[in-house]
Unconditional design. Structure first.
Length: 421
């Protein structure tokens, strides 16, 4: 096997990957596990920085997991300053994607509009807007009438206020994955699909190799970007990554007889019901079904439409009876606090991870690609990701210091985030 082989763009698939029969290199400086938007972004940022021997392994095809959703929201409206900075940095990259790395991802800056049903919700979002504004995000609180002018479907009498940021929007995740991978290949990275990692070899506390059905690749660095499957990958190396899969579903009305107006990505904060244009003369509808149990099921079913119609009927009555032509189901990679896991394993040097984004992975992928690149290169990143380490969920005694003496066990360092969808 040729350890210097990179994917040849002339023989690549539409995702910029080599044919499934292409051999694996015997050695790689870095092995990235997972070919979704996170792995693709990291591969691009590493290869662009001149890192040689970058190998990305995907068990299926690129964007086959969580990144396969038809349209992905991108925003900087969060309450946690870490997430605000990740979102803002990524938004800048999404807007410039046509120049770097160079691909059309269908970015639409339609804005995000959070609908707030009572004074408690408004107070929460007023705090969030203040934090966002302090970090350069142009969000603001709107009255009901102004919100209804932005989204004519809205019943203004059903809310007390709304939070809006005009620079937020949505883009096409699969196009982004393709764009990143093609650029990574141009810079010398190797991409192999239909190649699951079945084991990770360690010796003396150090990484040694990854094993696949197509061969073993020796490496000293592994980056886990396996999304909903990250707990399994981490366990191969003896690293605990508390990630749980959860099915999320969306539906499409198909082209409507009266084309919908251009509306923001509109969300009811209380229920998480949301809707926006689908780019084809219809609407995309979605909601987090509170009855959904954790698991890897990805079949689309219509039972969640009942609570969706009930919830959306309170805010946008005209949408409650909208027809649904088709739907899509995918997996959220959730963590106990719905915030990402980014860092390097404490007990397994050079096992890096970027996972558990709980629905925020696509929108944060460009910034996370930068961060993981800098972690690998031992550069100072633009953001301290220490608070996002997976070890924040390790039990420690209540009331004790970092040495863990006395008291009862409790999780430490859990990140707060209000703007969860």
């Amino acid at each position: 096997m040729d350890c210097s082989m990179a994917t040849d763009p002339s023989t690549a698939t539409d995702h910029g990957t080599a044919p499934a029969s292409a051999p694996l290199p015997e050695h790689a400086d870095v092995v990235i596990i997972g070919g979704g938007v996170m792995g693709a972004s990291i591969a691009f940022h590493l290869a662009e920085a001149g890192v040689g021997g970058v190998l990305l392994l995907e068990r299926d095809r690129p964007a086959a997991g969580s990144s396969g959703k038809p349209i992905g929201g991108v925003r900087a409206q969060f309450s946690d300053p870490l997430n605000i900075r990740l979102g803002r940095r990524s938004l800048e990259a999404w807007r410039a994607f046509g120049e770097r790395p160079g691909a059309d991802i269908g970015f639409e800056s339609v804005g995000y509009l959070f609908l707030l049903g009572d004074d408690t919700e408004r107070a929460l979002f007023e705090e969030g807007v203040a934090a966002q504004n302090a970090l350069g995000v142009p969000s603001r609180i709107l009255g009901p009438a102004e919100a209804a002018r932005l989204c004519p479907y809205l019943d203004p009498d059903s809310i007390v206020a709304a939070a809006h940021c005009p620079t937020d929007g949505y883009a096409l995740p699969e196009a982004a994955v393709t764009g990143y991978l093609r650029a990574a290949v141009r810079y010398g990275a190797t991409v192999r699909t239909h190649c699951p990692v079945t084991a990770i070899d360690t010796g003396g506390g150090a990484l040694d190799a990854v094993r696949t059905p197509r061969g073993t690749v020796r490496t000293g660095t592994v980056i886990c970007c396996a999304g909903a499957w990250s707990a399994e990958v981490g366990a191969m190396a003896g690293v605990r990554l508390p990630v749980t899969p959860l099915r999320r579903q969306i539906a499409f009305t198909g082209p409507l007889d009266i084309p919908p107006p251009r509306v923001p990505f509109t969300l009811d904060f209380d229920s998480t019901a949301y809707f926006h244009n689908d780019g084809a003369g219809g609407l995309l509808l979605g909601m987090s079904d509170p009855r959904q149990k954790p698991g890897f099921g990805r079949e689309f079913s219509r039972e969640w439409l009942e609570p969706f119609r009930e919830a959306v009927g309170r805010r946008a009555p005209a949408l409650a009876a909208m027809p649904v032509r088709r739907g899509w189901a995918g997996l959220y990679e959730t963590t106990p606090d719905n915030n990402a896991l980014i860092g390097e394993a404490a007990d397994v040097p050079r096992f890096l991870y970027a996972t558990g984004f709980s629905g925020h992975g696509f929108l944060q992928a460009p910034a996370v690609g930068e961060l993981v690149r800098d972690l690998y290169l031992d550069r100072e990143p633009f953001l301290d990701v220490g608070p996002l380490a997976a070890t924040r969920f390790d039990a420690r005694p209540d009331g004790a210091g970092e040495d863990g003496n006395g008291g009862r066990a409790r999780p430490g360092g859990v990140r707060p985030e209000v703007h969860i969808i």
